[in-house]
Each structure stands twice: as C-alpha cells, then as structure tokens.
Design a protein around this ligand. Sequence first.
Ligand SMILES: C[S@@+](CC[C@H](N)C(=O)[O-])C[C@H]1O[C@@H](n2cnc3c(N)ncnc32)[C@H](O)[C@@H]1O
Length: 419
Amino acid sequence: MTQQVVAASVFPGFFPTPPPGRCKCPRANRFTASSPTHKNGLLRVLHSSVHPLGLAFAPIPPYPHPPPAVDLLITNPEDEPFLRDEILRSSPTTRIETVAPGSLATQGLLDAPSPPLLAFARQILPHATPATAPSINAWVERLAATLAPLRTHPHPWRLHVWPRYGQGRAGQQRAQWIVKGLHEWLGRHHRALRRNLDPATSPFPPSHTLLQLTLTAPDLGFLSLTPAPHPHHLQPLLSTFPAGEVPVAVDKSAPSRAFAKLVEAEARLGLAIAPGQSCVDLGASPGSWSYVALRRGATVTAVDRSPLRADLMAHPRLRFHPGDAFSYHPTQPVDWLICDVIAAPRRSIQLLHHWLSNRWCRRFIVTVKFKGSADYPELDPVKHWLPTLSSAFLLTRLCANRNEVCIAGVAAHLPDTAS
Ligand SMILES: C[S@@+](CC[C@H](N)C(=O)[O-])C[C@H]1O[C@@H](n2cnc3c(N)ncnc32)[C@H](O)[C@@H]1O
C-alpha cells in the first residue's frame, strides 16, 4: 500500500517512511497505509504518516535517512493555478506538487544561480523537509534540532512559524505556543542562541539565517533552514514576514482602502517614504497614496484627471497636476515614483521601464492591474529587465492587491539624496 502511495507522488521517496523497528505496536504495519481513494497524493500521504494511536514516530528527530528536501512555494489557494503556470513558463520541466492548499512543492527551482522571480509566490521555504510532531513540545524539539548549525557557528537568525490549515484561531495559537516553547527551551538550554534571535522584519542582512516552520496540520509540517547569506540573496522571493503576510493597520482617515497597498509595499521592501522626500503619485485620485506620502512628511506631485479629496488638494505639500499620467515627466529626478493608475498592464509596465531608463526616480512602487488572467504572462519580460534597472526589487502580488501585482524597488545608478 505504501509503495502505491509513494508512486502516486511526483517526488518518489519524498514521503518520510518510518524507519524499520521504530514502532513496536502491532498496528505498525498499518500506520503508513493510505486510503486507496486518496485524491491529492502527497497531502494525504503526509497525513497518513501519523500513527493511528496518535503517537506518531517517537522519539522525534531524526530519521536515519532524512527525506529529500523540496522548495515550497506559498501562494493564495486561489492563485495556485497562476503560480503553477508562472513556474512552468520560466522552467517548463519543473515538477510541481500541491502539498497543502496554496503550498506547492518543487525541486531544484531555487538552486539556480538566479532563481526566477515569481509574482504569485508570497513566500518560499527553500530546501524544506516534511516533519511530524505529535505535540507542541515535540515541535520545539524539532526546531531546536534544526538549529544545530547555529549552535556551533553563532550568528543572528530569525524565526517564522505559521499554520497552513483550518479556518479559525487554533492554528495561529498553536504556532504562537511553539514559538513561546522554543523561547523557553532556548532560555534553559542555549541563551546565546536566544540572544541571537532577531525579531525584526527589516530586509535580511547577509549575516542572517532564517528558520521556517509551516504547519499543514497540528502534527504535520515543513521545516526549512535557510543559512546566511541566502535569505539576503533570495530577498525578491523570500518575505521577511511569516507566510509573506504583512500586517497593515486599518486607517479610517484615508480616502480609500488603497492606502494598504502602499504601506504593504513599503514594509515588504523594507523602505518607507521619508520626511522631505519628493514623490510623484500617478493616478492619484481620490488620494490614499498621496495621503500616506504626506503623512510621512514628503512633498507630493499628484497627477490625475480627477481631483483628490478636498483636504488633500488644500495640503501645503501637495501640488495637483491635472492631466494624463502617461505624458507627465518630472523636471528633475524624484525620490519616489508611486503609481496606481488604471491602465492595461503593458502600459503601466512600459511607463515604469521609461521612468527607470530615463533615471527619473530613485525608488518606485507601481501597481500593474489586470482584467482576468490572460495577461499575466506580460509580467515575464519585466523579470529580465527589472534586475538590470534596479538594485533591490520586488515583483509580487501583495496581500492588499486585488487582480493586481506590485513592482517595487530601488533604481540602479542614481545617487541617493535621502537622509
Ligand atoms: C485605482 S485609482 C488610484 C487610487 C489612488 N492610488 C488612491 O490611493 O486613492 C486609479 C486612478 O487612475 C486614474 N487614471 C486612469 N487613467 C489615467 C490617466 N491616463 N492619467 C491620469 N490618471 C488616470 C483614475 O482617474 C483613477 O483616479
């Protein structure tokens, strides 16, 4: 039965088969069996690895032969087909398997010298291995065991633990208990390691390692240790926020909810609009992006055919430029281009390329809006020129985006005037 199940997976041998002789229970020969009616191969296989008496495999780590690692890509469950298409457009022979809703396992994709930009991947777990643990303490022990390389070579590290199952708070609470349990374990056993745990969500410095655990069920998950300096190098794909989910506080004073896109893009980029900086806001009405920039202390040139909310129009640091966003250009380089204009994807992409080629902005946050999904491949050429025209960049569907993608970054080759 187990043979059949493993063969059903696109990654033969991926499933962590229990080592012989570990379980003395008379039902041991049954606990890797899976229903012959299973549909979503690997996910069910992983579930079936739990002992029927709830004991799982004790003691916890390690398997004599660790299961092979996969690169796990996390997306919105509804974006899964688009992420699959995007992966296959960049790497047609890549094997892909769904291991949990919105969690795709691939192999080899992130090992390339420059891994593909994937707009629909919200988070990645490089070289992730499946893991089982029957209790919070067992998860803590698994995480502690995974941290072994940091005990011998102490350096800063970050920790992301998050659930990928259920609808309610139970998964979140379990993740929080695991994090708390690990803190306590480190306090008892390895204070230096606890001191080196960095809770920040700023961009990964080259010195930092990242440990991630995503729970696909209370007792199942994937562990990924990304050693320094890889989190830094993988920054366009690897979010500094657990699960790639950026918390943005509600701001009821903003003209619309669009403010959340700009705030999330800043957080994801690790770079915020600063006092005294200059911003051009294209497609600015009713004014939520300008509102955020003004609150940050910037001066704003807002371009739109329609005026912004009255209080913003009267703001001393806002200049309204009525007219076409695509024909506007600044008289001198500005600190930020922010653009949320409604236009065909190709036009917004060309606009950004034009601004970067002409060195009109030092930093940029641009929304590309879609109707349906047929135009998603228009993002592919961006993946080639964006790294040449910018030094730090993102191409991602933000949590606050609807049928949109955000391109953000720091322009290459322009002196930075920001304080
Ligand atoms: C989604 S709204 C922008 C919302 C804005 N970012 C905010 O936070 O309030 C898109 C805006 O693009 C403007 N727009 C569309 N085409 C334009 C064009 N060619 N030139 C200038 N503005 C344009 C529309 O008038 C609309 O106000």
